[in-house]
Design a protein around this ligand. Structure first.
Ligand code: GTP
Ligand code: MN
Ligand code: MN
Length: 366
């Protein structure tokens, strides 16, 4: 860091994928404010604004010390006019007036409650709000038709809004491992998502499944799901088929960032340990679990793509496209200059292709 008078100036890269962002955040007062505004923007389908606030928050998460004065931020990337205004407000007044008024607003509160239902996104929530529905009680009595996911989401609302602990994630990991062992020996299960980055809690648990022999993983998901169902572990599941087409020269290029693995959005019924039993005497709780099956040839890309954070992933793809003329997805890396796919068997290789220093999962918490 450069020193200017008594004020330390930070020097930080502009892409989150060039930075090491641990869970040790020295500026949570600022990043909480910016994250709330990002969330509010996303809930209102203002994605551009959402990303701008997310980038600003991520930049602050990567700083080595707490920011106490605006002058420390001079020359830093990712901080737009609006974000700087919010930061200034927090530094000077302890809170941001925009954040406070957002939190108080009827619309924000309703969007939070309604999108807190599994299966309900910003668009559905907006439609319900326009129909005068602001909470679960009003939704239940509204006569709105709910799809299967939303019904399950409403039924298990409290459980699904209770953070999942690492211990619960590990318990579910053992169940998933047992399931894949039962249906195809040699299959491997890898924890991904926030828990792989070292987070202590999450909104769900994410697993990748593969088999060391290419092709053996085909059709694995329905078998795993059937086993889990037969053992009574699933309260809800929706499996989507793999639509990623192989061509002669390699995997076809995905049309968008959406990936095409066989995946399963599920709600697990997890039996609680004695310590976690509550006054309600309910001996189990509902937990959101994402399962993804990847062929071994794409596994490194799948692991990288599903470890997150979401902003880190977005920045990796932006770096690949803008700085390297490459297209990165959770399936493959395509070099548009050489017009060919770059094969990789580890995350380290992918970072190397991208000309980036390797950042371990625990430092991808952008
Ligand atoms: P918490 O679950 O809240 O703890 O955070 P998380 O980082 O685990 O988030 P989440 O479970 O939503 O996603 C985990 C990772 O999977 C993130 O990097 C996402 O970008 C990625 N992901 C989620 N859905 C998709 C998808 O449909 N396609 C792809 N390629 N990646 C996805
Ligand atoms: Mn997750
Ligand atoms: Mn997930």
């Amino acid at each position: 860091p450069q020193i200017s008078g008594s004020v330390a100036l930070f020097s930080v890269s502009s892409y989150a994928c060039q930075r090491r962002t641990t869970l040790d955040n020295h500026n949570s007062n600022l990043t909480d404010a910016l994250s709330l505004l990002a969330e509010n923007a996303e809930l209102n389908n203002e994605d551009g604004r959402g990303v701008a606030f997310r980038r600003a928050a991520a930049l602050l998460k990567a700083l080595p010390t707490q920011v106490i004065s605006m002058s420390q931020l001079r020359g830093l990337p990712c901080l737009g006019e609006h974000s700087l205004r919010v930061i200034k407000d927090v530094l000077e007044n302890g809170v941001s007036s925009e954040v406070e008024s957002t939190k108080q607003s009827k619309r924000y509160k309703a969007l939070k409650i309604l999108t807190g239902i599994f299966g309900v996104g910003a668009k559905t929530a907006d439609r319900w709000i326009r129909a005068g529905i602001y909470n679960l009680e009003q939704l239940r009595h509204s006569g709105q038709t709910l799809n299967r996911a939303q019904k399950a989401g409403l039924e298990h609302y409290d459980d699904l809004n209770e953070p999942v602990t690492k211990a619960e994630a590990d318990a579910i990991g053992e169940i998933v491992q047992k399931a894949v062992d039962s249906v195809l020996t040699g299959s491997q299960v890898a924890l991904s998502g926030g828990f792989r980055r070292g987070k202590l809690t999450g909104h769900d648990v994410d697993f990748l499944i593969t088999h060391p022999e290419e092709g053996k993983e085909v059709g694995l998901m329905p078998k795993v799901v059937a086993w889990l169902e037969s053992q009574g572990f699933l309260l809800y599941q929706k499996t989507t088929r793999n639509s990623y087409l192989e061509s002669k020269d390699g995997p076809a290029r995905p049309a968008s960032n959406m990936d095409r693995f066989e995946r399963c959005f599920s709600i697990f019924k997890l039996t609680k340990g004695k310590e976690q039993e509550t006054a309600s005497h309910k001996i189990w709780r509902a937990v959101r679990v994402d399962l993804v099956v990847s062929p071994i040839s794409q596994f490194a890309f799948a692991v990288l793509g599903w470890t997150g954070s979401k902003l880190f992933e977005r920045e990796l793809r932006r770096w690949a496209g803008h700085e390297k003329n490459m297209s990165l997805s959770s399936h493959a890396l395509f070099d548009n200059t050489q017009n060919k796919y770059l094969r990789a068997t580890s995350e380290e290789e992918i970072f190397a292709y991208l000309g980036l220093e390797y950042i371990p999962p625990s430092e991808r918490n952008a």
